[in-house]
Design a protein around this ligand. Structure first.
Ligand code: ADP
Length: 483
């Protein structure tokens, strides 16, 4: 890993404006080879408490700045991220595995939240309400919540941080971030750039270490007013429970089980293209990845054949190699889950149209898997109920629109969904009937900084990005004036 700016490789935590080590540390590995890239501190509850205290101490001055003053610092951070995009992408590919082109795309996507929220916080307008009596005046103002905690996953090591931290900082909150243990280097590089951008000490803190100890403190400490978490539903449920005694505000982006519906009237090539993007991006490791491809009877075989042919053109390898479109899975457990899902499906009658096994590069030490397409999949199989989080496209068959909607909604999750149709009536009917926070219609790519990202049902609470993402970090205060 050869960075242009070697100071972006940080092996200490960023707390209260200082770089801090610990008594012990843990390795960060390249998922393509298992090779150790760096070591970062294994901190715990005591250091988390200190970080929270620093964020609390920094809050009064930070919230007292105008939105425009805060935006200027955020803008510098945005520009530094763009200037160092190549290094950030290389760090990300090295610790996470995604192809370099995707990593660069994520850096731009991550930076876009910083730009957007710096602008948006200037527009956190209040209201005046027509009063109930002649001698009263009624006002609503918006104020930052306070110290916020962010716990983030490894699949988008930069964007999952900026999507939380940028609105928080823009609103006037201060933040303690705990990145995933697999991908702390991107988080620490972002902290280095934040330091250069000029955030005051304590406003933005990044702590690495024991998730249970750090998470325990972040969720129980009464100074923390809000937790924003992206990760599994299981851990989200646990953290929500831990936040209950101190009644913290919560934003949760949890698991999904996205349906991708292809109706007979779809543009077949566009649907195949959309499925490729939605399913195989980040080697199938995104929470909005198509998990179940529901294909109508009349177009099923044609869609299956075209998809399998396209999948065969994907190039598996280390993300830094030229032309690679599929990196490794994050670790051996992820690979084992993909294998278990395929074995279960095949045992219950599914056909393998492409892939189906570990990729030969697996022998070099990385969790490489062949991009896979399964046909004749049924709702009884594990792939129908659980998020696979890998490069497996299971194709279900349906006959009617009603059946497709019922199948699509038959899950406790409700994050992203997709469908392809050219019938305008159907587009409205299905778009409104899908029980999901997001619906992609004739597109497999829906995420950006200006739109509200989030789920319903057990996929979470709250929205990130857009004007709604800023509201998550603001409290509404009502002032009632007697004249
Ligand atoms: P994934 O399955 O994608 O790794 P997780 O929900 O396990 O998702 O992890 C998402 C984030 O939650 C990571 O930063 C991880 O360290 C953190 N995490 C996992 N378990 C806990 C826990 N018990 N308390 C606090 N944070 C946790």
């Amino acid at each position: 890993m050869k960075l242009e700016d070697s100071n972006l490789l940080r092996q200490q935590c960023y707390l209260n404006g200082q770089w801090v080590g610990g008594e012990s540390d843990f390795p960060v590995r390249n998922p393509a080879s298992g090779a150790e890239l760096a070591r970062v501190p294994r901190l715990g509850a005591a250091e988390t408490r200190a970080a929270i205290a620093a964020a609390d101490a920094a809050w009064a001055a930070w919230r007292s700045r105008t939105a425009k003053e805060r935006a200027a610092v955020l803008r510098s951070w945005f520009e530094l991220m763009n200037q160092h995009a190549d290094d950030l992408a290389l760090l990300m590919t090295s610790e996470q595995g995604k192809p370099l082109a995707e990593a660069k795309g994520e850096v731009a996507y991550a930076a876009s939240f910083v730009e957007w929220f710096a602008e948006e916080a200037k527009r956190a307008y209040g209201e005046t309400i027509p009063a109930v009596a002649a001698d009263k005046r009624m006002l609503v103002i918006k104020q930052p919540i306070g110290v916020c905690a962010a716990i983030t996953p490894w699949n988008f090591p930069a964007a999952m941080i900026t999507r939380k931290v940028a609105p928080a900082l823009a609103a006037g909150c201060t933040v303690v971030v705990k990145p995933a243990e697999q991908t702390p280097l991107t988080a620490l590089a972002l902290a280095e750039l934040a330091h250069r951008a000029g955030f005051p000490a304590g406003v933005f803190n990044v702590i690495t270490g024991d998730p249970v100890a750090i998470g325990g403190e972040l969720t129980s400490n009464p100074t923390v007013r809000k937790l924003s978490f992206t990760g599994s539903t299981e851990v989200g449920r646990l953290l929500m429970g831990q936040c209950a005694p101190s009644i913290k505000k919560l934003s949760l982006e949890l698991g999904g089980n996205a349906p991708f519906i292809v109706f007979d009237d779809a543009d077949l090539d566009a649907a195949v293209e959309g499925a490729m993007i939605s399913k195989y991006r980040n080697t199938g490791q995104t929470c909005v990845c198509a998990n179940r491809l529901l294909v109508q009877d009349g177009i099923y075989e044609a869609f299956a054949a075209k998809l399998a042919a396209k999948v065969a053109t994907l190039k598996v390898g280390e993300g830094t190699e030229a032309g690679v479109t599929q990196g490794p899975l994050i670790d051996a457990d992820a690979l084992a889950k993909v294998e278990a899902h395929i074995a279960d499906a095949v045992a219950h009658g599914a056909r393998v149209l492409a892939g189906g096994r570990r990729h030969e590069r697996y022998r070099e030490g990385g969790a490489f898997f062949q991009p896979t397409v399964l046909a004749d999949v049924t709702p009884q199989m594990r792939v129908a109920r659980e998020e696979t989080f890998g490069p497996v496209a299971p194709l279900f068959r349906f006959k009617t629109e009603e059946e497709a909607i019922a199948l699509a909604n038959a899950t406790e999750f409700g994050l992203a969904s997709y469908f392809y149709s050219r019938d305008i009536g159907r587009i409205f009917r299905v778009g409104e009937a899908l029980e999901y926070g997001m619906v992609g219609v004739n597109t497999g790519l829906i995420s950006n900084e200006v739109a509200p990202f989030g789920g319903i049902k057990q996929s979470g609470l709250g929205r990130e990005g857009s004007k709604y993402g800023l509201e998550e970090y603001l409290e509404v205060k009502y002032l009632c004036l007697g004249l």
